[in-house]
Design a protein around this ligand. Structure first.
Ligand SMILES: *[C@@H]1O[C@H](CO)[C@@H](O)[C@H](O)[C@H]1NC(C)=O
Ligand SMILES: *[C@@H]1O[C@H](CO)[C@@H](O)[C@H](O)[C@H]1NC(C)=O
Ligand SMILES: *[C@@H]1O[C@H](CO)[C@@H](O)[C@H](O)[C@H]1NC(C)=O
Ligand SMILES: *[C@@H]1O[C@H](CO)[C@@H](O)[C@H](O)[C@H]1NC(C)=O
Ligand SMILES: *[C@@H]1O[C@H](CO)[C@@H](O)[C@H](O)[C@H]1NC(C)=O
Ligand SMILES: *[C@@H]1O[C@H](CO)[C@@H](O)[C@H](O)[C@H]1NC(C)=O
Length: 606
């Protein structure tokens, strides 16, 4: 909370007249077993300036957190219904102690019994565990038994929760305080997370409660500010009240426009012919049949991808991001606009986006792209494909992908680094024209998710060493990943070669070992239909090895790659590689030797 906001709330406290409450006799003889004190650390974040719907969502999230703590202590999700009244009173008491108090139930329209109602007829831990397989529960345990401080950990955990039953896709979305979606987080925080629901990171990540960063020095600061406020109060109150009204009005206007759902879609013109559609949440729900499980066409660290049909019958892909961070809607919209301004035949086109706030599921961010129907390159290379890709099709995919990337790097303004080039992100249309997907999304996805999966080795397969080790990110990191994809495309082998249980070799190392002894054609996949001329196939292999060179200075630019693939231009000589990934990644002085004829002695000088 900023000084300014504290100041405003103090002034408000002076100005507001306590609303008189009707006197209702409420049954408080049964003590509430929930412990609301654990959300005390968050209630200052329930800001008076928030719109009511946001405020009420926070109230609901607070209840879920408290229920999670209760579940952990008693193995029961819900308090007995006879205690509903006292539970609301306990909560109200806590809210009354914060700087912004309001009557929860009348403001938000919560019915008293809701606090004791939940997902279907499940009330105990064992009932919940009985309807979920041991594999699912173990998956949740593995993904969530870690600190949820980092966005990556959070996304890993929340992704695993989507496997829990009962699946909520058709379920109650409003009304009940703890529906089946909520039960997933309540369960995970209670039993799968090592820190438990009272932990600040867990509470923030799984229940979207706002962190109050200035907790420690708050008292001191509040005193200072209160004294300051009193001094200036008399002279400035009128000016400030006027200012506050203007500020609030502006803010509300912005909020309603940016976040709250409306039933109309707006056309955001971003210049030229490109119109980016801002979809409403209800339009997105309709297109995906309420995010039906049968519409899921992909899963990732950031969330699920759904197939959808727009009212004009066009088919689209909708990517729904995990709501690990409630902040940053404005930058999300900004990034989406930049991505939408990039159009190329080899890039998946973005049609629009949706930002919404829902009661049951919190912040929602969804992007809507053209549907590319023929699956990904990964499916074709490693899936249960009926027949292998022919050499001419492989050439077409290599060239198209290179053109798409070259456009991102050099044609787009500002230039875009993809950061997550892999076979799964190269989509193919009916004519096997490749379309690069997910560009620019690395910035939108929860921090770190797109390139760092939980399988660090798998990451190393595609991520350039200087990026993986030192976080140095340039266009040449994309070139490295492109080189790996090109190797996969030519060899039909995965970026990480598995042998034995825990033994892996990088495809790039394996390819280099063959090139080094003059056998580049051994890399080409056996049984590839319609093989090309050997010198062309060798050129592809050499280019792939050059692009996946561990030292970034050695890699060509994507423009050079396109030129080499598209003309008679030869592949430059491949510089010698250090034999360890960690050695000399940034080195600029390395012996240059001709390809295919290096002896082991020059290789082992490192
Ligand atoms: C309050 O609820 C308890 C338990 O349901 C019940 O025994 C008691 O009679 C109720 N008291 C009033 C005043 O309604
Ligand atoms: C909370 O404060 C309101 C007045 O703002 C009062 O009417 C109500 O009784 C209080 N509730 C509790 C539980 O203290
Ligand atoms: C909930 O009730 C339904 C039918 O009413 C039943 O099929 C289901 O098994 C019950 N679930 C649990 C966890 O008891
Ligand atoms: C799941 O785990 C529990 C306890 O660990 C065990 O009793 C049960 O048999 C397991 N169920 C299956 C289907 O493996
Ligand atoms: C979670 O991990 C901690 C240590 O990392 C371990 O002590 C604890 O037993 C684990 N929790 C569960 C439920 O397995
Ligand atoms: C809440 O859930 C109960 C079942 O647990 C159901 O009967 C009730 O209709 C639901 N309330 C709302 C408002 O959906």
């Amino acid at each position: 909370m900023s000084k300014f906001q504290i100041f405003i709330s103090i002034i408000l406290a002076f100005c507001s007249v306590a609303a008189s409450q009707p006197i209702i006799t409420r049954n408080t003889t049964v003590k509430c077993p929930l412990d609301f004190s654990i959300i005390r650390q968050f209630t200052e974040g329930f800001r008076p300036s928030e719109p009511v719907s946001d405020q009420c969502l926070l109230i609901v999230q607070g209840i879920r957190l408290v229920q999670s703590d209760y579940l952990r202590r008693t193995n029961s999700f819900l308090p007995p219904s006879s205690s509903s009244e006292s539970c609301w009173n306990d909560y109200q008491n806590l809210i009354n102690q914060s700087s912004n108090s309001f009557d929860i139930r009348t403001t938000c329209g919560f019915q008293t019994q809701w606090i004791a109602q939940g997902c279907e007829n499940i009330t105990t831990r064992s009932e919940y565990e009985n309807i979920n397989s041991n594999a699912t529960l173990n998956g949740v345990l593995q993904a969530c038994n870690q600190s949820l401080h980092s966005g990556e950990a959070c996304a890993t955990c929340t992704t695993s929760l989507s496997a829990l039953l009962p699946s909520d896709v058709q379920g109650v979305r409003v009304g009940n305080v703890s529906d089946c979606t909520a039960f997933k987080s309540i369960y995970a925080a209670a039993f799968a997370n090592l820190d438990g629901p009272a932990n600040r990171d867990t509470a923030q990540r799984l229940f979207a409660l706002p962190l109050d960063s200035s907790k420690s020095n708050k008292k001191h600061r509040n005193t200072l500010i209160a004294v300051f406020s009193l001094l200036v109060f008399a002279s400035f109150v009128i000016a400030f009240v006027g200012f506050w009204w203007m500020w609030r009005k502006k803010r509300e206007k912005k909020k309603t426009k940016g976040i709250l759902d409306s039933n109309l879609s707006h056309l955001d013109s971003i210049g030229g012919n490109n119109a980016l559609i801002k979809f409403s949440y209800s339009e997105v729900e309709k297109a995906t049949k309420n995010f039906s499980l049968s519409n899921i066409i992909g899963r990732g660290g950031y969330g699920n991808v759904y197939k959808g049909v727009l009212p004009d019958r066009t088919e689209v892909a909708l990517k729904r991001f995990k709501n690990c961070s409630a902040a940053g809607d404005a930058s999300f919209a900004h990034e989406v606009r930049i991505i939408a301004s990039v159009r190329h035949v080899n890039l998946v086109a973005l049609r629009g986006y949706c930002i919404a706030m829902t009661k049951s599921e919190g912040h929602q961010r969804i992007i809507v792209c053209d549907l590319v129907k023929n699956g990904s390159l990964h499916d074709h290379l490693f899936g249960p494909a009926e027949k292998k890709l022919s050499w001419p099709i492989r050439q077409k995919i290599a060239l198209g992908t290179a053109r798409g990337l070259a456009y991102l790097h050099n044609g787009a303004q500002p230039s875009i680094i993809h950061r997550d080039i892999k076979a799964g992100n190269i989509l193919l249309d009916e004519d096997f024209e490749p379309k690069v997907a997910d560009f620019g999304l690395a910035k939108i996805a929860p921090e770190g998710v797109s390139h760092m999966s939980t399988h660090v080795a798998g990451t190393m397969g595609y991520v350039a060493p200087e990026y993986a080790l030192y976080g140095k990110l340039t266009e040449r990191s994309d070139v490295y990943s492109f080189g790996i994809v090109l190797l996969e495309l030519v060899s039909g082998k995965k970026a990480l070669l598995k042998h034995g249980d825990d033994q892996h070799t990088l495809l790039a190392d394996w390819a280099w070992s063959l090139v080094k002894v003059g056998r580049p054609l051994d890399i080409v996949e056996e049984g590839t239909p319609e093989l090309g001329p050997p010198e062309i196939m060798e050129k592809y292999v050499m280019l792939a090895v050059l692009c996946s060179h561990p030292q970034l200075y050695a890699r060509p630019t994507m423009d050079q790659v396109v030129k080499i693939l598209d003309s008679n231009e030869p592949v430059p000589v491949i510089p010698e590689r250090p034999n360890s990934f960690t050695a000399n990644v940034f080195g600029t002085e390395t012996p240059i030797s001709s390809t295919g004829s290096n002896s082991m002695s020059s290789y082992s000088t490192y």
